[in-house]
Design a protein around this ligand. Structure first.
Ligand SMILES: C[S@@+](CC[C@H](N)C(=O)[O-])C[C@H]1O[C@@H](n2cnc3c(N)ncnc32)[C@H](O)[C@@H]1O
Length: 243
């Protein structure tokens, strides 16, 4: 069963994110962000994980290298909200996950900590796999794998593909590859404001991805961010990349 809109409404962050923007590594969130049982702690805070809580402590700079993502940006918050729905009791609980644009690894780590068996994160930023691997090890998700393989070079199909990407243009440019890797499974798109949601839904509809629902979150500047969940209409396909 996939989560409903009311599941998502109850999974909205307790505190609307907005302290950071797309140039996130430079702007630190001022306080922990909570998404139901997931909390993204500030990297410099002292607080420990509490009972029943999944607390992630993300650093975006490790050993002098920087990658994107404290987990506080609305695009990450929305993706975490959708993930929470997918890993609740009776939900699909995706086991093989591909996180495209993994940055510092927050969404990969979240999936692994919620029960995914195999998580691979990829990013074009060469620093991202190293930063993400250190964050994964520190957050009890050391089995996640991170690398810089271009999406076009990834083979096989995943139960869940996550694409929190920097712009709607990149989302659409990569849509054929993302849909191919999500064949037979689910796809989460994020990283754009709501005015772009319709054209992204159209792009995926043309690729046999059934739109299930979207979630929205308004930041402190009044910008409404959107994320969507799609389900592939096809069966898992052959394990080869698109030409
Ligand atoms: C909005 S950040 C998301 C980071 C992380 N998933 C999170 O939620 O915190 C987008 C990431 O996508 C990466 N990226 C941009 N274009 C990409 C591409 N064509 N393939 C893979 N990663 C890409 C960027 O380097 C950046 O780390």
């Amino acid at each position: 069963m996939v989560p409903t809109r009311s599941d998502l409404a109850s999974s909205a962050p307790d505190e609307a994110p907005g302290a950071d923007r797309l140039a996130e590594p430079a702007a630190r969130p001022s306080s922990p962000r909570r998404y139901r049982r997931v909390t993204c702690l500030t990297p410099w805070g002292e607080r420990e994980e509490q009972d029943g809580e999944l607390a992630l402590r993300m650093a975006t700079t490790r050993d002098g290298e920087t990658a994107w993502g404290f987990g506080a940006h609305p695009s990450s918050s929305l993706a975490i909200s959708v993930l929470l729905g997918l890993y609740q009791d009776g939900a699909p609980n995706p086991q093989r996950v591909l996180d495209v644009g993994c940055g510092a690894g927050v969404l990969s780590i979240c999936c692994a900590r919620m029960g995914a068996r195999e998580v691979r994160g990829i990013d074009i930023n060469p620093a991202a796999p190293r930063v993400a691997a250190l964050n994964a090890a520190d957050n009890g998700a050391g089995s996640c794998q991170f690398d810089t393989t271009p999406l076009a070079g990834i083979v096989g199909c995943y139960d869940l593909v996550i694409a929190n990407l920097p712009s709607p243009e990149i989302q659409i440019e990569l849509s054929g590859h993302l849909a191919a890797r999500a064949r037979g499974g689910l796809l989460i798109t994020s990283g754009y404001i709501s005015t772009h949601a319709a054209k992204i839904e159209q792009a995926y509809a043309a690729l046999e991805m059934r739109f299930l629902y979207s979630a929205e979150l308004t930041d402190t500047d009044g910008k409404e961010w959107s994320a969507s969940l799609f389900k592939s209409r096809g069966l898992a396909g052959p394990s080869r990349p698109l030409p």
